[in-house]
Design a protein around this ligand. Structure first.
Ligand code: GRE
Ligand code: ZN
Length: 327
């Protein structure tokens, strides 16, 4: 399929590049990663051309700003990453848009940078890499916490989508992974962390406060669609300190959007389509952690969707969600 749009596609600046090194592992891929994630020019555009990806919304790598505890430094790095993306967008406005990287230490700094990015730089929303590290070594701030509620007021007012991207748990908070570090990152731990974070948001009342919030998650829903029915079924028995007015599944279906990033397989794709429906599904690759070729080859060939539906998930849903200036 030509004309695909993808929007979990990462870039780095020198200040955030090292975050990615651990994920290159011992696969000998670090040099390739470095070149690919720093590049927003020829190589990336050539692969997009080759794979039928017409347009990409860029985002900073993980954990990026969320791993910087000092608020002033985080603000500075976020601004730098956002300015770098804005430059690339200005060079190739027909191929790129961008998501803001945000310091999430408090509502003021987060709102200020998001507003700058949307109003002055024309960004299409934000991508945040899970919880924000703050203060002391093991301090974290989750996005559903009350002190960040004014930030969601800003997101609501600007009316832009918000991509919740995975990051790894801190060792102090995840002893269950001890002795099995391979399990902690993208094979499993990313989805555990991101699914719990998403469910916390559903159970926090933030969607009652701001009914127009739109949250995007990748990797075919970070395991949630498969279990959405069971969550509500079990919550009929136990919902201590659940702060939503409605059943959790309703918030998920009303507020969440799901992409194919890094999960190129029919069974989970079918499950997502059954649970959230065609309007809530989007093609993405997750470059450079995934090959655009693998993403596109699978999507172009899958028989789970065809014709108009393939076009919607691969392209037109994104044009509508982000109000892109494409036909
Ligand atoms: C991602 O951005 O989705 C990612 C990483 C690191 C490893 C794998 C992966 O940041 O998918
Ligand atoms: Zn990603």
């Amino acid at each position: 399929m030509k004309g695909k749009i993808a929007f979990e596609e990462h870039m780095a600046i020198p200040e955030t590049l090292e975050d990615t090194r651990a994920f290159a592992g011992d696969s000998g891929k670090w040099d390739d990663f470095t070149r690919q994630i720093l590049d927003m020019g020829d190589e990336r555009l050539e692969i997009m051309d080759k794979t039928g990806i017409e347009f990409t919304i860029l985002s900073n790598n993980a954990p990026g700003v969320q791993g910087i505890r000092d608020v002033d430094q985080a603000v500075e790095v976020a601004r730098k990453a956002n300015d770098a993306m804005a430059e690339a967008v200005a060079r190739h406005p027909d191929r790129y848009a961008a998501f803001a990287a945000l310091p999430m230490h408090n509502s003021d700094v987060a709102s200020e940078e998001l507003t700058r990015c949307v109003k002055e730089l024309g960004f299409k929303g934000a991508m945040v890499n899970g919880f924000q590290q703050t203060g002391q070594e093991d301090d974290v701030l989750y996005l559903d916490e009350t002190e960040l509620r004014p930030f969601w007021g800003t997101v609501s007012e600007l009316d832009v989508p918000f991509y919740l991207h995975p990051r790894m748990q801190l060792p102090s908070r995840a002893p269950i992974y001890d002795g099995h570090p391979w399990l902690k990152s993208s094979p499993w731990g990313f989805a555990v962390e991101t699914s719990i974070h998403s469910l916390r948001m559903c159970g926090s009342g933030m969607f009652d406060d701001y009914p127009n919030l739109k949250i995007i998650i990748g990797h075919l829903g970070e395991h949630i669609p498969y279990d959405l029915w069971r969550i509500d079924a079990r919550m009929a028995f136990s919902r201590r300190e659940y702060r939503g007015n409605r059943p959790l599944g309703e918030y998920f279906l009303d507020h969440f959007y799901i992409t194919t990033s890094g999960n190129f397989q029919d069974p989970a794709f079918k499950c997502c389509l059954d649970v959230v429906g065609v309007d809530r599904m989007f093609f993405c690759a997750d470059y450079p952690f995934e090959n655009m070729e693998d993403a596109a080859d699978w999507y172009d060939a899958t028989e789970v969707v065809s014709g108009e539906v393939k076009l919607r998930i691969g392209r037109t849903n994104a044009i509508e969600l982000f109000d892109l200036d494409l036909d």
